[in-house]
Design a protein around this ligand. Structure first.
Ligand SMILES: Nc1ncnc2c1ncn2[C@@H]1O[C@H](COP(=O)(O)OP(=O)(O)OP(=O)(O)O)[C@@H](O)[C@H]1O
Ligand SMILES: [Mg+2]
Length: 359
C-alpha cells in the first residue's frame, strides 16, 4: 500500500481554520491515528487526503507522488465512515460486490474477490443476509469489506466503530489491528477516544484547534507528553495536575497543596504545574515512616478489580491514585502519599509548555 504525506497543509473556511500547517507522513503499512477533541480538524485531514477538498496552502502526496488537482477517483483511497450506509435493498454479498460492479469488472473476478474478502473478515456465512438482519458489528464488517474489495492505496477511517457498544468496539479494534497486520494496509484512523487511539495505533497525532500538537508512538505520547494539553487528553483516569511555583534550583512548591518536590533538570523559575499519573503515586498508611511523603486523607474508593482508584484529599485538592489490586481503605483515613520525582512532569504555569519530562 501507499505512503501518505501532507506538507504544510492548511484549509480555511472563511475565517475558520479547519487545519493549519499540517506536516504529516503516514508510512506504508502504518496504522496511524488522528486523535483530538471535536472540531479539531480530524475529518478535514481525511477530506484533504481523499481529494474532497483542496488545501489552501501546502501539498499532498500519495505513494510519493504529488496529487495536486487529482480527484477522489484517481487517488484510489477507501473511506470508511462512522455512519456506514450499506444499501438496504442489497444482500451483504451484493454490498461487498458493489464497488467492483461499478467498475465493471467481470462477474467471475467479482465473485472471487468477494469470496476472498469475506473469508478474511469472517463474514462468508453472512453474504446472503440483508443488512437489516445483521448486528451492528456484522454491518460494520461488511462496510469495511466493501472498502477492502477495491484494493485501495490506503484506508481512511473516520470514527468507524464509534457507534458500536463497548464490547463490540473492543472486538473490532482487535480485528482491525489483525487485518492491518496481515494485509499490510496503510490506515489513517480518526478517533476522539484516547483509549482507542492508544490501543490501535502504531503512531498517534494529537490535534488541537486545527494543528498537530504532538506525533509519536502510544508509549511516547503517554510517557513523554510535550505539553499540558497532550498530558490532559491521554490517560484514564487522567493525570493529576498541581499548580504552583518553580524556584531557582528546581524545587517545586504547590499552591493549594502542601507539596514540595526537588526536580532535577527543571530550569526557569516561575509559575508551573506538576503533573503525575495516578499509577505513579504510592499510598502508605499514615504511620509507615515514609518521611518524604505528603499527608492526605481518603476521600473516595473505587475498586475496579485489577486495580483501585483512590481519591485522596490533599490540602484543598483531590488527587487520583491508582493502586494495584484491591487495597482496603476507610473513608477519612489518614494516609501518606509517596511521589517519585522521576515520575513527575513539569509544565509551564501559563503556556502549558513542557519544562521537564518524567525520566
Ligand atoms: N464545509 C465546512 N464549512 C465550514 N466549516 C467547516 C466545514 N468543514 C469543517 N469546518 C470547520 O472546520 C473545523 C474542523 O472540522 P472537522 O470536521 O475537521 O473537525 P473534527 O475534528 O473532525 O470534529 P468532530 O470530532 O466533531 O468530527 C471545525 O471548526 C468545523 O466547523
Ligand atoms: Mg470529524
Amino acid at each position: 500500500m501507499a505512503r501518505l504525506e501532507l506538507r504544510n497543509a492548511s484549509k480555511y473556511y472563511g475565517k475558520t481554520v479547519a487545519v493549519r500547517n499540517i506536516d504529516l507522513v503516514v508510512e506504508d503499512n502504518e496504522f496511524f491515528c488522528i486523535f483530538g477533541p471535536p472540531s479539531s480538524g480530524k475529518t478535514t485531514i481525511l477530506r484533504l487526503l481523499l481529494g474532497l477538498v483542496a488545501p489552501d496552502e501546502g501539498e499532498i502526496s500519495i505513494g510519493g507522488e504529488a496529487v495536486g488537482e487529482q480527484g477522489p477517483k484517481e487517488r484510489n483511497l477507501a473511506m470508511v465512515f462512522q455512519n456506514l450506509a450499506l444499501f438496504p435493498h442489497m444482500t451483504a454479498g451484493q454490498n461487498l460486490a458493489f464497488p467492483l460492479v461499478e467498475r465493471k469488472l467481470e462477474k467471475a473476478a467479482i465473485t472471487a474477490r468477494v469470496a476472498e474478502v469475506a473469508e478474511t473478515l469472517h463474514i462468508t456465512p453472512l453474504l446472503d443476509k440483508m443488512p437489516a438482519h445483521l448486528s451492528g458489528g456484522e454491518r460494520q464488517r461488511v462496510a469495511i469489506g466493501r472498502a477492502l474489495v477495491r484494493d485501495p492505496a490506503a484506508f481512511l477511517m473516520d470514527e468507524p466503530i464509534a457507534a458500536l457498544d463497548a464490547r463490540l468496539r473492543e472486538e473490532m479494534r482487535v480485528e482491525l489491528k489483525r487485518l492491518q497486520r496481515e494485509l499490510h494496509h496503510t490506515i489513517v484512523y480518526v478517533t476522539h477516544d484516547q483509549e482507542e487511539a492508544m490501543s490501535i495505533a502504531d503512531r498517534i497525532a494529537v490535534m488541537e484547534a486545527g494543528e498537530i500538537r504532538q506525533i509519536g508512538t502510544p508509549a511516547e505520547i503517554y510517557n513523554l507528553p510535550n505539553s499540558r494539553y497532550v498530558a490532559e487528553l491521554i490517560g484514564a483516569p487522567p493525570m493529576n495536575f498541581v499548580d504552583g511555583t518553580l524556584a531557582d534550583g528546581g524545587r517545586f512548591e504547590g499552591r493549594d497543596v502542601p507539596l514540595s518536590v526537588a526536580l532535577e533538570g527543571a530550569d526557569g523559575a516561575g509559575p508551573a504545574a506538576l503533573a503525575v499519573r495516578p499509577e505513579d503515586i504510592g499510598i502508605d498508611s499514615a504511620g509507615s515512616g515514609n518521611g518524604a511523603g505528603v499527608d492526605a486523607e481518603i476521600f473516595e474508593v473505587e475498586p475496579l478489580g485489577a486495580f483501585t482508584i483512590v481519591d485522596v484529599s490533599v490540602g484543598e485538592r483531590i488527587l487520583k491514585v491508582q493502586a494495584p489490586g484491591q487495597p482496603r481503605f476507610t473513608l477519612g483515613e489518614q494516609v501518606r502519599l509517596a511521589l517519585d520525582p522521576d515520575r513527575c512532569h513539569l509544565f509551564h504555569g501559563e503556556t502549558g509548555d513542557l519544562i521537564r519530562s518524567a525520566r
